[in-house]
Write a protein that binds this ligand. Sequence first.
Ligand code: IMP
Ligand code: MG
Length: 182
Amino acid sequence: MDHDIERILISREQIAARVHELAGEIVVSYPNLHDRITIVTILSGSIIFLADLIRQMPIKMEIGLITVSSYSGATTESRGARLMKDLNVDIRDRDVLIVDDIFDTGGTLRLVKGLLEERRPRSLKTAVLLRKRAKNPPDVSVEFVGFDIEDRFVVGYGLDFNDQYRNCPHIAVLKPEVYATG
Ligand code: IMP
Ligand code: MG
């Protein structure tokens, strides 16, 4: 795996420090928590971020899962977000926090926010580990961002290329020949 990596953009130590800060920022934004928050995790890229984030959020919560897909196979070209599996919890009147790995063209978050808003949550906020500012559309907003990064296809810490490299502990860019061949 290491052999395929061209450059580490964000190290595991930098991620750990920022995720710790982010957890604090999120918790203080819920001063009058009514009951518990419902975290809606967008699978599969968010799993590692979610696991690290929630263990540093000492508030009551439940976890819901939703699956959205915008890439299939060995590609770095988004084909538009599609709902693959709907949420497994009821969010009506809940304080909902969407957790996603990366905010790029915004197609995924536009789809998920639209779906969740229709179900009348009490509040709806979004946290992403990474944001590529180059393509973010103005109609999709996120409250919590870990890092702004350049417009490169990245892997690691849950993010994949062709379903691989999710276990890389850093955020990294692969060598061009790996993207070319898959
Ligand atoms: P968007 O719908 O274009 O905003 O992209 C969001 C989804 O595409 C993310 O949840 C990721 O799963 C995937 N994605 C976007 N950029 C990257 C990347 O650089 N590496 C890996 N996955 C990405
Ligand atoms: Mg994703």
